[in-house]
Design a binder for this molecule. Structure first.
Ligand SMILES: [Zn+2]
Ligand SMILES: [Zn+2]
Ligand SMILES: [Zn+2]
Ligand SMILES: [Zn+2]
Length: 177
């Protein structure tokens, strides 16, 4: 008798447990469905949906991923850092300029035109300059090769101006051998 009661008790408990489990599963799939609805926060740069934060400069959703950045690696693998460091929006905010970066004279004056256009139109922006100013490509003062400043790998000195990587290496053989 006692054993039958126990048995029934166990059965009902397991039914309750099953019910609970299926409710959990329903909740989980509802959560998944919700993740696909449009309008949920998404990193404006890479489309990521996890671990997001809002940019201080412009209040856009972005990956909270500055921890991924390895110090001095100069890698461009952090959405948050890329926006803060490589856009006019980020620069304008960090420098504490007034007004909007798109019509900020200080940003324009601070930045060589080629870099101004790069910072204002690259893929780290949520919103780019509509009419970026024209500029002459920067050329190596020794060999005349065009130097895309945004890629780095050049040198600049007051005496010689810009030198491409090869001419910089030729000038300082010890440093690059
Ligand atoms: Zn991202
Ligand atoms: Zn911004
Ligand atoms: Zn500015
Ligand atoms: Zn050169």
């Amino acid at each position: 008798m006692a054993s039958r009661i126990k048995d029934r008790h166990r059965k009902s408990k397991s039914r309750a447990a099953r019910k609970k489990a299926s409710a959990k599963a329903n909740r989980r799939s509802a959560g998944r469905k919700k993740a696909l609805t449009p309008g949920m926060p998404q990193c404006g740069l890479c489309g990521g949906t996890e671990n997001l934060t809002k940019t201080e400069c412009c209040g856009q959703w972005i990956c909270d991923d500055e921890d991924n950045y390895v110090l001095f690696s100069y890698a461009h693998n952090s959405c948050a850092r890329n926006h803060r460091r490589y856009t006019l929006c980020g620069h304008h905010f960090e420098e504490g300029h007034a007004g909007h970066w798109k019509n900020c004279d200080e940003c324009r004056k601070d930045t060589p035109t080629e870099m101004y256009v790069y910072y204002g139109t690259n893929e780290y922006n949520f919103d780019v300059l509509e009419n970026p100013p024209q500029y002459e490509p920067t050329k190596c003062s020794r060999c005349g090769a065009v130097i895309p400043l945004a890629n780095g790998g050049y040198s600049y000195s007051g005496k010689e101006g810009y030198l491409c990587f090869d001419c910089t290496a030729a000038k300082h053989p010890a440093r690059y051998s």
